[in-house]
Ligand binder design. Structure first.
Ligand SMILES: [Zn+2]
Length: 550
């Protein structure tokens, strides 16, 4: 077959151990037709072949984003981005400009807040000074806390408190009114709803479906947001992604785009299992997996949250938080219950991905996977743990031994990219830094690595992520957790594909695989690690189709 496209004069890193390097790639019918030398591949060109000269730049398999939130990220592209602004004056300026530009928005929503924006814990009164006459809210960069002003709390019905499921909290002040701090998804869902985005938040908040089912007009609004998210991902070289929240509605939106020809990446969407659910709700996971199962859209996995996050001390720890005697937070699933759930999900043939940040949550999750294996025998399950920000040393070798993927985000390590070292490292406590944000140690102990941004929690830029993984700081008393460039690239390509059960489709460049590839602006092997974040993605191709041209 005459190739439709030839990419030549490239430094091709195939991630295929049988042939790790090449100079050119030929693409036909959406697949890789051949990989080889310039002479070999250029000889295949026919009259209709587009020949792309890569000028000696790196050509890789398309990036696999192993943990992101596509729908939320797409929606947030239209919000105010605070980009680490600090202090009341800067916030006031940013919000008043944004308010003037968007006089009709029912909620002025900002992203990228952090826990030390002011020199004291932020309250609704601080936000009222910024803007009192319209509802406004700020989401923390980790997306586990929202701060809202009085107008937003009142409109959302939260000003005088609200009963919440375990782990979700409308923080109340001594005067019996809400302070403005809303912890975890269900606590801030009523505020998000003011902005018309409640139905997009269901995948992460409750795992439920919108009711009533959105009208065609509403779905078109939502598809446009997803389209912006997909275009943003394509600009950064992403050709496959594992969405880490979900429901059937998310899959239906994506299928709508697929039918219109607008699906520019392969997307896996989970069923989100919440603590209040009965095991029989897993029938919905079975149905989603049955109804969406092609090379572009699939489910076949269940997402759960075992705990919260470090900064708000909702991550479940094995030891007390420093300075907070008796406080370790709690697992969102009691261990015996989690064992039962994990065993049932595994029995149904689904993969499991659990958000576990504290060392207690990580242990509980590993124990559950082990229980599933004991009950069901060894399967090719590839269960995964998301984040692993702190782990007990005794648990490090258990990941490799049980075939568990460490789905980690090197960009989340404090000081590695956009997150400050403090207060996070103080919350963890100096005596635990040696076991925090591990990467190299997990890989050395045999864990599969998959890297990601958790966008919109952090910048989706894979090149910035690669740079962060190569340059992240070593905490005092801890071992260096940087991994070599080839291992970093593998974790963003073949490693991610394996962890997503997509390794027969994407993640390596060899004949027969999907033509998912990315060309960078230069040769990444000769660029200093600190300069990699300044590189760009020159070309993204997914399924043989150009999805971004820089
Ligand atoms: Zn996430």
């Amino acid at each position: 077959m005459t190739p439709e496209m030839i990419l030549t004069n490239a430094r091709v890193l195939t991630m295929d151990p049988a042939r790790p390097r090449a100079e050119a790639v030929a693409v036909a019918a959406g697949r890789i037709a051949s990989v080889g030398s310039r002479a070999e591949i250029e000889a295949l060109a026919g009259p209709g072949t587009e020949v792309i000269d890569c000028n000696g730049a790196t050509l890789l398999p398309g990036f696999v984003e192993s943990h992101l939130h596509l729908v939320l990220g797409g929606a947030e592209l239209a919000h105010l981005h605070l980009h680490g602004l600090d202090g009341e004056a800067a916030l006031t300026r940013a919000f008043r400009d944004f308010a003037a530009k968007h006089p009709d928005r029912p909620l002025l929503m900002a992203q990228g807040g952090h826990y030390a924006m002011l020199d004291h814990p932020m309250t609704r009164h601080d936000l009222d000074r910024i803007l009192a006459d319209r509802p406004l809210a700020i989401t923390s960069h980790d997306h586990h806390t929202v701060w809202a002003n009085t107008a937003a709390l009142r409109a959302a019905g939260l000003l005088h408190g609200a009963s919440m499921p375990h782990g979700h909290e409308v923080v109340m002040g001594p005067d019996g009114t809400a302070t403005g701090e809303l912890r975890e998804f269900e606590a801030f869902a009523p505020v998000i709803a003011l902005g018309g985005e409640a139905r997009l938040n269901l995948g992460i908040a409750t795992g439920g479906e919108p009711s009533p089912w959105p009208s065609e007009t509403e779905q078109a609004i939502d598809r446009a947001k997803v389209t912006r998210g997909l275009a943003h991902a394509a600009r950064h070289g992403v050709t496959a992604m594992v969405n880490m929240d979900g429901n059937r509605y998310t899959l239906e939106l994506l299928r709508g785009l697929q039918k219109e020809g607008g699906l520019t990446a392969r997307v896996k969407v989970p069923f989100h299992f919440k603590p209040h659910m009965a095991l029989s709700e897993l029938d919905r996971a079975d149905a989603m997996s049955r109804d969406f199962d092609d090379d572009w859209l699939s489910c076949r996995f269940v997402k759960m949250f075992m705990d919260g996050v470090v900064d708000s001390r909702t991550a479940y720890m094995l030891n007390d938080y420093p300075g907070h005697p008796g406080h370790r937070a709690e697992p969102l699933f009691p261990p015996a219950r989690f064992n039962e759930i994990a065993t049932e999900i595994d029995r149904r043939g689904h993969q499991i991905a659990v958000h576990a940040i504290g060392d207690g949550a990580v242990r509980t999750t590993i124990d559950g996977y082990e229980a599933a294996r004991e009950a069901n025998g060894r399967r090719d399950s590839r269960h995964r743990i998301e984040h692993i920000e702190l782990i007990d040393r005794a648990d490090v070798p258990r990941l490799g031994a049980l075939g568990i993927t460490a789905s980690v985000q090197p960009v989340h390590a404090p000081g590695a990219m956009d997150f400050d070292m403090f207060p996070t490292l103080d919350v963890i406590g100096r005596n635990r830094w040696a076991d925090a944000y591990l990467c190299r140690d997990l890989a050395a102990a045999g864990a599969h690595l998959a890297f990601a941004s958790d966008w919109p929690v952090t910048d989706i830029s894979v090149l910035r992520g690669i740079g962060a993984a190569l340059t992240r700081p070593t905490y005092e008393g801890a071992a260096d957790q940087r991994v070599p460039l080839m291992d970093v690239l593998r974790a963003y390509t073949a490693g991610g594909a394996w962890a997503a059960h997509m390794d027969r489709l994407t993640g390596t460049l060899r004949p027969g695989m999907a033509a998912d590839l990315v060309v960078l602006s230069g040769d990444i092997e000769t660029v200093a690690p600190a300069e990699i974040s300044g590189m760009a993605v020159a070309l993204t191709v997914c399924g043989g189709r150009v999805t971004h041209r820089g």
